[in-house]
Design a binder for this molecule. Structure first.
Ligand code: HEC
Ligand code: HEC
Length: 325
């Protein structure tokens, strides 16, 4: 098999006229596109040692605790309130929102308040935090004047404090993957899930409770205790980008244990599973602004809900481009 893939590689190189990609026959086929950014040029969070001189240090540290151990404070058995489902912010915002391409908070201080088409309003940081509390943590909004909201905001602002206003630094948020040429395949996604995810996240996506019973050692990916249908990670591009450069746990950009194809497929499998419902009637007051991969209609274009959910996305992107000319 090695010889034939080497031959294919050489033929492709000949057709392209120049060797654009690595012809390492051991590499998974999908990793042909080299990442455009080198890992060592990516944003890094400020050093927590510098907090010593910060008059707000206590509040900022508490905010970091709330991100990392949300369930201890706000989960079903939380010590402060019972506002969330037992997951932690950190489950999705890795390393307390400081990991490059680990859905970090680097761009928040520099870009909020900002207009968001989902709500059709200018959102400040507390509104955005409550969005994740209500959707990603399937919970109830917390009081914007509470110590917890002030601490979460102070921490997130501190994480992004050195980023120039209006900028999203290299490595911010999640890394988007190129759209595949075909629809994501939930059946192949199930195979990927069984091979590479199930060990930790469980046969039914239920995760594994932490020993102290306060939250999870491995958070749930679907079912009654997971993120609800209104969460941002319901968009395939978000889950695929998260999975590719962060999962299985311990994976970091630019390394990946999943090909792009596997990342899209496993995302499709996970997001096709049952989870709590969230009423999104008030979302996207201007439906023409709905992202291409928003999984629920109505849409301003003629593409089906299934195509918006699983792809192929490129025809939708092309149609939008043509319409906006
Ligand atoms: C189930 C996964 C998940 C959990 C849990 C979660 N979030 Fe999020 N969060 C997301 C996703 C996905 C985005 C959108 C990222 C994007 O648009 O690229 C997001 C975006 C954000 C943003 C805006 C980032 C930006 O740059 O615009 C903030 C702030 C935020 N979350 C705070 C929180 C806080 C605080 C918690 C815990 C109370 C939390 N999130 C829990 C998935 C999650
Ligand atoms: C070795 C154990 C392990 C494996 C294997 C693993 N994960 Fe995770 N996963 C974790 C842990 C731990 C977290 C939470 C990270 C944190 O809180 O710091 C997590 C978080 C997540 C989250 C965000 C939180 C949530 O519950 O929605 C998603 C999505 C996810 N994993 C998907 C996957 C996918 C897809 C795979 C397979 C490709 C996978 N994981 C494999 C341990 C694992």
């Amino acid at each position: 098999m090695k010889n034939s893939s080497l031959a294919l590689c050489l033929i492709s190189a000949a057709i392209v006229g120049t060797i654009l990609f690595s012809c390492n026959t051991n590499a998974p086929t999908e990793t042909a596109k080299a990442p455009a950014v080198a890992a060592d040029t990516l944003w890094h969070a400020p050093d927590t040692a510098t907090l010593a001189n910060n008059p707000n240090a206590e509040l900022i540290r508490y905010g970091g605790q709330l991100v990392a151990n949300t369930s201890q404070y706000l989960g079903p058995k939380g010590t402060v309130a019972h506002s969330t489902n037992g997951m932690n912010c950190q489950n999705c915002h890795l390393a307390a929102g400081t990991k490059p391409f680990g859905n970090n908070y680097s761009a928040v201080a520099a870009t909020y308040p900002k207009f968001r088409a989902r709500s059709g309003t200018v959102e400040n940081i507390s509104k955005r935090i409550n969005d994740c509390i209500q959707r990603s943590l399937n919970g109830t909004a917390i009081d914007t004047e509470s110590k917890e909201m002030k601490a979460l905001s102070a921490y997130i602002l501190w994480v992004g404090k050195d980023v120039p206003k209006g900028k999203a630094p290299a490595g911010s948020g999640l890394k988007e993957l190129a759209f595949p040429g075909h629809a994501a395949d939930t059946a192949n996604g199930r195979t990927v899930y069984v091979q590479k995810c199930q060990l930790c996240h469980g046969g039914h996506g239920e995760g594994m409770a932490a020993a102290d019973g306060m939250g999870y050692q491995y958070p749930p990916l679907w079912g009654g205790h997971s993120y609800n249908s209104g969460a941002g990670i319901m968009r395939l591009s978000k889950l695929a980008g998260y999975a590719k450069y962060n999962m299985p746990f311990g994976t970091s950009f630019p390394n990946s244990q999943l090909s792009d194809e596997e990342a899209w497929d496993v995302a499709a499998f996970i997001n096709s599973q049952p989870r709590p419902h969230f009423d999104i009637k008030a979302d996207w007051p201007d439906i023409s602004k709905k992202p291409i991969d928003h999984p629920f209609g109505p849409y301003a274009d003629g593409f089906t809900e299934a195509q918006h959910k699983y792809g192929p996305f490129k025809p939708i992107a092309d149609a939008r481009k043509a319409a906006s000319k």
